[in-house]
Design a protein around this ligand. Structure first.
Ligand SMILES: Cc1cc2nc3c(=O)[nH]c(=O)nc-3n(C[C@H](O)[C@H](O)[C@H](O)COP(=O)(O)OP(=O)(O)OC[C@H]3O[C@@H](n4cnc5c(N)ncnc54)[C@H](O)[C@@H]3O)c2cc1C
Length: 426
């Protein structure tokens, strides 16, 4: 039996585990905290702009389980907000248990509160992962889905200090990269000014702390746009945001609130005393990060060098997914790379040719484009997402953006990849 070990249970790790299990492997996933989904626990926006196309391609390829779960758990669908169309918002407070059930249904062993601290390597091959307790977990092939958020030292060095985000480093221990432990030199993303890392682009307010009227509007419409008094408009923080799809002027002169269960506030941070001067927010209180008045998590400081099959360079049996695989932003982006990494991990054990998604698909073009760009100095200063910025512009220009399910299904069929993730390879 092929044994795949997935490091990290964010959206990319969950997708990788699912894809490997569907391809016939015995799968174990190790997650350092007590909840799956990582930064997806405080996200929620999907199907906006080109993410719709990417999700539908994954569904046509047989990797739709996690998108179906998001859709089943959506609080709002088909919402437009500045710069974004036809978005859905999943409920961040109920998403995690549902995903766990989906994975368990596929027989995946999920080990929570299990932080990988080291690896055992022989030559170019990883033999096992070593967890905090000293236990050694062996496998035939490994997937690094440990993300790029934090740990605290990075938030201190490249941000405004630990903002007490959902990754809860003080409680569960810092993120540890499998790639870095294997002594592969990681890639560091940069901000527009050339400094390293990028700050996460949204925080969450407790909905009970909003005025009754504001809360009701938010729950009815899904989105509320509040204008920011000119003395508080903060154009200067835009280049630092991880989510370049929101680094547009409308987000500096307005506060955009989104109903994801919490009231998601589309800005990296906002001083609480200033926030409370805005009508409806007089009693506002941060839910994530707890110190959203002063900062947010810092990301993109450790990407694995890999090719478009997501195999990590210089190692025989390590694949990567999600933010680890490129400077990419988003749940959808994490899921589509996770699906590919999980499938290729199984192919590796069976000596099969690795799958590389063709550039005729938005998902294939996205992975290849992000990797091409990351080889350039300027490309390292951008983040890539189907939902905005340079890649969404490219999607439109190359006619890869579509909201027509039938057309997307036909496109996938033309590449011969319909249901590829539903095939048992073992
Ligand atoms: C505040 C915020 C809001 C966001 N909002 C949205 C949104 O609305 N829509 C959207 O599409 N995207 C959003 N994003 C971006 C999106 O969440 C991420 O790009 C994507 O989910 C990353 O997934 P990942 O699996 O690569 O990494 P992560 O989500 O970082 O998951 C990595 C996981 O690995 C675990 N891990 C790390 N090290 C170890 C170890 N040594 N051993 C075991 N486990 C380990 C971590 O605990 C974590 O669970 C948001 C991000 C943030 C921070």
């Amino acid at each position: 039996m092929v044994k795949v070990v997935v490091a990290g249970g964010g959206w990319s790790g969950c997708a990788a585990a699912l894809s490997a299990a569907k391809a016939g492997a015995q799968v174990m996933m190790l997650e350092r905290t007590d909840m799956l989904l990582g930064t997806g626990l405080v996200g929620g926006i999907y199907r906006n702009n080109g993410r719709f196309t990417a999700a539908e391609e994954a569904i046509a390829m047989g990797g739709g389980d996690l998108f179906v779960a998001m859709d089943a758990n959506a609080r709002h669908r088909g919402v437009n907000f500045p710069g974004h169309n036809h978005a859905s918002f999943y409920d961040v407070s109920t998403m995690e248990p549902l995903v766990k059930k989906v994975l368990q249904h596929y027989g995946i062993t999920i080990r929570m509160k299990t932080r990988i601290a080291d690896i055992v390597k022989y030559g170019r091959k990883i033999q096992a992962l070593v967890v905090d307790s000293g236990e050694v977990v062996d496998g035939d092939v490994f997937i690094d889905a440990t993300g790029t958020s934090g740990p605290m030292g990075n938030c201190l060095k490249y941000g405004n200090g630990c903002a007490m985000c959902i990754l809860r480093c003080p409680s569960f221990g810092p993120r540890v990269s499998i790639t870095a432990k294997a002594q592969v030199k990681e890639i560091m993303g940069q901000k527009a000014d050339g400094s390293y890392g990028a700050m996460s682009g949204s925080c969450k307010l407790n909905k009970d702390s909003l005025s009754g009227d504001l809360r009701q509007r938010l729950e009815t419409e899904g989105v509320v746009v509040l204008s920011v008094p000119s003395n508080l408009a903060r154009n200067s923080t835009l280049g630092k945001k991880a989510c370049s799809q929101y680094a547009i002027a409308e987000y500096a002169t307005n506060l955009v609130l989104i109903d994801t269960g919490h009231a998601k506030l589309m800005t990296s941070y906002f001083p609480l005393e200033d926030l409370r001067t805005i009508p409806g927010l007089e009693n506002a209180r941060y839910e994530d990060p707890y110190s959203g008045g002063v900062g947010n998590s810092v990301r993109y400081l450790g990407m694995a060098p890999c090719d478009n099959t997501l195999k990590v360079e210089s190692l025989e049996n390590l694949f990567c997914a999600g933010e680890k695989a490129a400077i990419i932003v988003g749940h959808t982006e994490a899921v589509i790379t996770g699906l590919l990494a999980g499938n290729n991990a199984v192919r590796h054990c069976l000596d099969m040719k690795y799958l590389e998604l063709p550039r005729a698909l938005a998902t294939g073009d996205f992975i290849a484009f992000a990797h091409d760009q990351m080889a350039t100095k300027d490309g390292l200063r951008l983040r890539y997402t189907f939902s905005g910025s340079v890649y969404f512009e490219r999607m439109k220009a190359t006619l890869l953006y579509s909201t027509d399910r039938a057309e997307i299904g036909e496109r996938v069929a033309r590449t011969g990849l319909t249901d590829v993730y539903n095939r048992c390879l073992v």
